[in-house]
Design a binder for this molecule. Structure first.
Ligand SMILES: [Zn+2]
Length: 471
């Protein structure tokens, strides 16, 4: 089993994952107050593919990505939409599942909802009150920050520089401005509440994740992840709550950088494609996934139409490679042949991939890049270089090796070359081209919809329109 290292935000050091036990990964999912955007898709893609990679290396993995479906922002958005907040949150949760399904990466092993975790939240809050780490005040419950020694270590902040944000609660009810809410008493205008020993109310955001992580993964687990905007106060407070209650909690913290947008462009043309569903409509799932993997997960990633076009061009180059070099052609190795990295391998019958030759060493370098703090840009460069070489001269086993690598990062479908569109689809595509040439865009759109019904997606590439079998 390959050694896999992850940079831990808390210690700043590389942590080697243990293969002796299940690798539990908890990543903070979206707060469902609107359709999700590309920024929410980044942790979903990174942690889904990290889990996939670890499994192919033989690790046992459980991936948990929660849904925050109780929150101030949800009450506000539901009020604006003129809907009950519970129904609104349910609708947005469904939309989140649909949008992320379209990424084609499967679902996490567990996707707990805050609304289904209330008993555990009341339980942990009660424990913290009993041990003196929390106190009830006016129907709210607050965490006593100065009772927990390690506070501030994750975010490297001094207590004086801390602003508790939306869970700061009511200053007049707190012992210390630094304290944050665990439970909030029911307020006028909120249309949901739950019973508790402190009266009707609802959980605050941070304690939801402490409890969901423990219920799914136990009191100690390998990796806690999420966006770097969650380091303070959300993750700092999760550590305080769980560790003050005697849980060891996460052994490594893994934070993805933010997606950076240009405010001027976003307000005009690019605002739409920032929504995940719109980006998927316009560029297709492979380009969206390729874009999100184009930078190292820890780094910020610039977003705009330009970056999306680059990602699209990249996936089209790969697709074209497989059009010209189909996987599993006669004379090539059978589909799914694993490339052995060491000479003493089992030497599966029929494998013609030269051991240690170019494709084999590329796959090895690709996996090593992923094992080294999940370096996806370095891994993707291995695919690009192999494809560029194989385009210059025939390399036996190159298409199969490229497919194996792409499969690991959710892009294996690029190797599924369309089996020749049927006559009806071809005729429709030609008709669409005529309509576009005649600037009859209404007719062109009708034909695009008809092709979609037949299972074809039209992609307008620099080489003209192409039909892609929808995944
Ligand atoms: Zn969280």
């Amino acid at each position: 089993m390959r050694e896999v290292r992850i940079r831990d935000t808390l210690s700043g050091e590389l942590r080697t994952l243990s293969s002796d036990e299940e690798v539990g990964i908890y990543a903070c999912g979206p707060t469902v107050y609107s359709r999700i955007h590309i920024g929410n898709a980044r942790p979903f893609v990174v942690f889904s593919l990290l889990a996939r990679f670890l499994r192919t290396e033989g690790y046992r993995v459980k991936l948990v990505i929660n849904v925050t479906d109780i929150n101030d922002k949800i009450y506000e958005a539901a009020r604006e939409a003129g809907e009950p907040s519970a129904g609104f949150a349910e609708r947005m949760t469904r939309a989140y599942f649909e949008d992320t399904d379209r990424l084609g990466l499967g679902r996490p092993d567990a996707e707990p909802l805050a609304t289904e975790t209330i008993d555990g939240i009341v339980g942990l809050t009660s424990e913290l009150i009993e041990s003196g780490h929390a106190y009830e005040s006016g129907g709210d419950v607050y965490f006593r920050v100065r009772s927990f020694d390690g506070y501030g270590e994750l975010s490297n902040r001094k207590p004086e520089d801390m602003d508790q944000g939306e869970e700061a609660g009511s200053e007049s009810l707190k012992e210390d401005p630094l304290d944050f809410a665990l439970w909030k008493a029911h307020k006028e205008g909120e249309d949901t509440s739950w019973d508790s020993p402190w009266g009707p109310g609802r959980p605050a955001w941070h304690i939801e994740c402490s409890v969901m992580a423990e219920e799914e993964l136990g009191p100690s687990f390998a990796i806690h992840g999420g966006g770097s905007d969650l380091v303070f106060p959300h993750h700092e407070n999760e550590i305080a709550q769980s560790e003050a209650a005697g849980r060891p909690f996460a052994r490594a913290w893994m934070h993805n950088g933010m997606i950076e947008t240009d405010a001027a462009k976003m307000s005009k043309s690019e605002g739409n494609i920032f929504q995940l569903s719109e980006a998927l409509d316009r560029y297709g799932r492979e380009a969206v996934v390729a874009y999100l993997l184009s930078g190292h997960y820890r780094q910020p990633l610039a977003f705009g139409a330009e970056q999306m076009e680059q990602a699209l061009a990249r996936v089209e180059r790969l697709r074209n490679f497989f059009r010209e070099h189909p996987v599993g052609e006669p004379g090539g190795p059978p589909l799914g042949t694993r490339v052995e990295s060491s000479g003493a391998g089992s030497g599966r019958a029929g494998s013609q991939v030269p051991i240690g030759g170019p494709p084999g060493s590329r796959v090895e370098a690709f996996r090593e890049a992923l094992a080294d703090d999940f370096n996806t840009p370095r891994a993707m460069a291995e695919v690009s270089e192999l494809v560029a070489e194989a385009n210059r001269e025939e390399i036996p086993g190159a298409p199969e090796a490229a497919q194996e690598m792409l499969e690991l990062i959710g892009l294996g479908s690029l190797a599924e070359v369309e089996e020749g569109a049927d006559a009806e689809a071809d005729a429709l595509l030609a008709e669409r081209e005529e309509a576009r040439a005649a600037k009859d865009f209404g007719r062109a759109d009708e034909i695009r919809d008809r092709l979609a019904e037949l299972g074809w997606e039209v992609r307008d590439t620099s080489d003209g329109a192409k039909l892609i079998r929808k995944s």
